[in-house]
Design a protein around this ligand. Structure first.
Ligand code: ADP
Ligand code: MG
Length: 390
């Protein structure tokens, strides 16, 4: 789960990590009021779940409350296109109004799990700020990494190693060491997948602040963080993906015209590959999970069909826990109930498969049975090719 910068900064503040003074605002009037309270010269920052806002025009420095008002009119609700939003962009409803700091250096610091070493990696660079991706690809020697054994936890030598690598002065190092320890603690406590401070700034009077903050949490651990779940912003998510999550279905929208209902993420990935190989494009990825019931199949069909690009549906289910005859009955009932109009190709394998295929064949519905995954992907590809040429 992703959250906004202003929410991440609330958490940083609770951990004692220094952040600039700031306030969230929703209207230009509120922005003006906040700018006055914060002393006039402020930065207005669009709040969207994507980085690269500075380059996309979503971060503006203004000299006084009147300029703040004018800038807010542009930034609130603007469709912000950055390298992380994709070409369609994202619309932020809120802005963060923040005191403008006199920056001397912009550093980069992030904490991520490193799967290859099974450790926690802290990544830092002297060349932080808006061009960090370029630094990583063109001058990787400017990036330092240290690995922390999660059982031992962070030690002061780790922090000193980072401080030396970043060429911090003694007075900055004194502030930096506790800051890194607190960020590490936050990473562990909140089950984060990412803590990223870019930039971590050193001001002209040698004080450090987290100027930007990105926190991603592990969805699988959210059940034990009620406080973090409250930060979820549904406006930032695809409405159909949200709807699917209410039914315990995992749905990801894509750009093609073949709807897919599959049980298990691995099988879903293989199905998408096969569709592409057969020369067509998937419209989505819908994982119906282990014990797919009639109700789940019905909800799955409805979600898939809410995408008007869908010209045919492929159901690819392995009946391990669930039996194929029960699944076939569920598919038929669901298709009848929602009056399914698009062609349906079903590939089933597993327990009671023959019984299941018989139920499908005798249903009187336009259901095409496939014998294996290759057969299924070829049949569905032919169907959509036929639909688009007619
Ligand atoms: P993004 O990473 O989405 O572009 P940032 O929050 O990192 O957004 O802001 C982009 C740049 O704007 C920063 O690298 C910094 O130079 C400047 N900036 C952001 N907040 C402030 C602030 N409070 N005071 C001064 N400059 C700021
Ligand atoms: Mg940033």
């Amino acid at each position: 789960m992703k959250i906004h910068e202003f929410q991440a900064k609330e958490i940083l503040k609770a951990y004692g990590v220094p952040i600039p003074r700031g306030e969230v605002a929703r209207t230009p009037e509120e922005v003006k009021k906040s700018a006055k309270e914060l002393g006039g010269k402020v930065v207005i920052k669009a709040q969207i779940h994507a980085g690269g806002r500075g380059k996309g025009g979503g971060v503006k420095v203004v000299e006084n409350p009147e300029e703040a008002y004018q800038a807010a009119k542009k930034i609130i609700n603007m469709n912000l296109v950055t390298h992380q939003t994709g070409p369609e962009g994202k619309r932020g409803r809120k802005v963060l109004v923040e005191r403008c700091l006199k920056i001397d250096r912009e550093l980069y610091l992030s904490i991520v799990p490193d799967r290859s070493t099974a450790k926690i990696a802290i990544i830092a660079s002297e060349a932080g700020g808006m061009d960090i991706e370029k630094v990583a690809s063109e001058s990787p020697e400017k990036i330092i990494k240290i690995y922390i054994d999660p059982l031992g936890g962070i030690q002061s030598f780790h922090c000193r190693q980072l401080a030396f690598g970043l060429h911090l002065t003694p007075s900055v190092t004194k502030q930096f060491i506790p800051m890194v320890s607190k960020l590490y603690q936050l990473f562990v406590d909140c089950d984060c997948l990412l803590v990223e401070i870019n930039p971590l700034v050193v001001t002209a009077n040698e004080t450090i602040y987290a100027l930007d903050a990105k926190l991603n949490f592990d969805d699988a651990a959210l059940f034990r963080h009620e406080d973090l779940r409250a930060y979820r912003d549904f406006d930032e998510e695809d409405p159909y993906e949200v709807e699917a999550s209410w039914f315990n279905l995992h749905y990801i929208k894509m750009n093609g015209n073949i709807g897919n209902m599959v049980n298990g993420a691995g099988l879903a990935m293989a199905t998408l590959d096969m569709i592409k190989q057969a020369g067509a494009e998937p419209a989505n990825f819908l994982d119906a999970g282990g014990g797919a019931t009639t109700e789940m199949i019905e909800n799955g069909f409805s979600i898939i069909l809410s995408d008007k690009n869908v010209k045919a549906i492929l159901v690819n289910i392995f009946g391990g826990i669930s039996r194929c005859d029960v699944l076939a009955t569920g598919i038929i009932q669901a298709a009848k109930k929602i009056n399914l109009k698009v062609p349906l190709v079903v590939r089933m394998e597993g327990t009671n498969v023959e019984k299941g295929r018989k139920i499908l064949a005798e249903s009187g519905l336009n259901v095409i049975s496939a014998i294996d995954l290759k057969d299924a992907s070829e049949k569905i590809t032919q169907l959509v090719a036929g639909a688009s040429s007619s």
